[in-house]
Write a protein that binds this ligand. Sequence first.
Ligand code: ASP
Length: 326
Amino acid sequence: MRFTVFAQGGAAALALAFSMGSASAQQYPTRQITMIVPFSAGGPTDTVARLVAESMTRDLGQTIIVENVGGAGGTLGAARLAASAPDGYTLLLHHIGMATSDTLYRKLPYKTLEAFGYVGLVTDVPMTIVARKDFPPSDLGGLISYLKENAEDVNMANAGIGAASHLCGMMLLSALETPIQTIPYKGTGPAMTDLIGGQVDFMCDQTTNTTTQIQGGTIKAYAVTSPERLALFPDLPAMDEQLPGFQVGIWHGVYTPAGTPDEINLRLSESLRKALADPNVVSRFAELGTVPSTAEEATPEALKAKLEAEVAIWKPIIEAAGQYAD
Ligand code: ASP
């Protein structure tokens, strides 16, 4: 008898919790949302996030504020999301580093493939090899020989182990078979400030952060990492022309904490798709060489499949290189 009462009470409580859950998902969002960017303000991930957040804010009717949680190649920001409530009020806009850090870091405070919910893919962005404007080499061939001959005297900025700039830089150094001193930042926003100021020599960075500076002549550009030359910079060679196989594309995605209701992930995904079709976002992305994800890609299933595939792709590559972060 007691059991029956309990069971009936339990069922009623469950039904109530379920209806409250779906009611709050239906009303979502009712307050401000935070979008974590796992790198410093002013860099390429931050730029993408702010453009998307501004457009999604209009669609959702609630402000999305961007919070920069830089450090440890993006893993600090990802850890912050993993520890947040799964209620749709904390999001993360991250890049390829979400996949590579799973193998690169021996002690991540979260399990990459279990800790997150998925909203959708956002963009795919090529990188550029750029230097301070008075860096001696004048073209890509010259850069390759200069780096080999002056390896001990030059330094390269990056945004920490697992950052896109780190991966691209490591690919370059392994192609040159030359170790070069690296200077880690919490994002390539501040690294760009130092590059313009001449405090660091060169770096790899997304076009989202380098296009305006290249066009303004405040830095020097040597190459793009897309398979072909970019319409944006027809005179810049693709790295692949001189170092065959050297191709890097940086994909970005929006995540929630694991356990976030499907209705909320789907509502966010719908809003993301609208943002990626927003004429202001489309034109800014085009100016910065940033390719928006398609409507099929900006979905929870597509981001989940991408992350799983990329973790599997990078694992053997990183294990073969045998370089890890603790
Ligand atoms: N471009 C950076 C990276 O190397 C991150 C950033 O500041 O957006 O991963």
